[in-house]
Design a protein around this ligand. Structure first.
Ligand code: NAD
Length: 331
């Protein structure tokens, strides 16, 4: 029996993501949690003749979160405010940091062994916040905490196909680093199947992958950021994890993890200037992250320049998350 929960289930990402999970044969129970509207979303999804039993909760002074999370195997968190035009993901920190802190505290108390997938931005900082909270409760297991960077991977495949043609579903691009602007580093020299990106198209392609989210924010004109493509990407990652948990082998997905706690991570940490969190392609297995693979030594000089910029950005983003929790503790 697999129980999955979506925290922030009534939102722009939460609803389509819950729809995809509700129709997945890999999910037996789907619990929806949000501060608003979950009864409606739950009633709606419960009419689908899928295998998943749908339950829905509002806060109810804390009891709702407890009911939503108790017995959960996988928790996906898209709760929080999205960007408006002109905002960076870092601008969301003030509000979303506290939301992620409180929701992950619930995970630590009610389902400490669950896989935790953080979508709420800024991912570069909210994942360190989640790790700090889990550490405080003595339940931190780096192999079970993931920052969802799959949308960057999905966009990279699409945008590469836009430049070189071919089947966009077939391109696999290792996207490493973090999940915001210049911290997103697509290793285009390592695309499979391999392709030659014309030199005069490279800068624009990298820029589009790094800032693709802005296209959506601009087009939505103040009403939010990517929701449908994000729900697809988040589901893709959740599904990969659930398949690996069931014993399927050979599943590797880029995700933002705590390097020192994942096999192969320490070696990568040395290359990335000691950063504790970094997205790399990770082999998934029954207990979550089995092994962090290291594509960095084969990076081209062009990619190494991008990586150096990413390291700088990530350093500040990670400290911001860690310091947010430290500041709360010293109050
Ligand atoms: N990781 C990624 O690639 C990626 C991509 C796009 C968006 N995002 C982020 O995902 C988040 C959600 O985006 P959205 O477009 O769905 O926003 P949204 O405003 O449409 O939905 C957010 C939902 O979270 C709920 N919420 C707020 N506080 C909560 C709490 N304490 N507990 C439970 N639910 C709570 C809201 O009620 C709302 O339903 C944003 O932070 C956005 O930046 C991440």
């Amino acid at each position: 029996m697999v129980k999955a929960s979506v925290l922030g289930a009534s939102g722009g990402i939460g609803q389509p993501l819950s729809l995809l999970l509700a129709t997945s044969p890999l999910v037996d129970e789907l619990s929806l949690y949000d501060v608003v509207n979950t009864p409606g979303v739950g009633a709606d999804l419960s009419h689908i003749n899928g295998t998943a039993k749908i339950t829905a909760y509002l806060p109810e002074n804390g009891a709702g979160l407890e009911k939503a999370l108790t017995g959960c195997d996988i928790v996906v968190i898209p709760a929080g405010i999205p960007r408006k035009p002109g905002m960076t993901r870092d601008d969301l920190f003030k509000i979303n940091a506290g939301i992620v802190r409180d929701l992950v505290t619930g995970v630590a108390k009610f389902c400490p062994k669950a896989f935790v997938l953080v979508i709420s931005n800024p991912v570069n900082s909210t994942v360190p916040i989640a790790a700090e909270i889990l550490k405080q409760h003595n339940v931190f297991d780096a192999t079970r905490l993931f920052g969802v960077t799959s949308l960057d991977v999905v966009r990279a495949s699409t945008f590469v196909a836009d430049v070189v043609g071919g089947d966009r579903t077939k391109y696999r691009v290792p996207v490493v680093g973090g999940h915001s602007g210049e911290t997103i580093v697509p290793l285009l020299s390592q695309i499979t199947p391999s392709v030659d990106i014309p030199a005069d198209k490279l800068d624009a392609l990298v820029n589009r992958i790094q800032f693709g989210g802005d296209e959506v924010v601009k087009a939505k004109d103040g009403t939010g950021s990517a929701t449908l493509s994000m729900a697809y990407a988040g589901f893709r990652f959740a599904q990969a994890l659930l398949k690996a948990a069931k014993g399927e082998t050979g599943i590797v997905e880029p995700t933002y993890v705590y390097l020192p706690g994942v096999e192969g991570g320490k070696e990568i940490q040395e290359i990335v200037g000691g950063l504790e969190f970094f997205a790399v392609p990770v082999e998934l297995g029954p207990s979550g992250a089995v092994k962090a693979t290291n594509p960095l030594p084969s990076a081209t000089d062009y990619e190494k320049k991008l990586l150096n910029t990413a390291y700088e950005g990530l350093k500040g983003n990670i400290s911001k998350g860690v310091e947010f929790i430290a500041a709360q503790n010293s109050k």
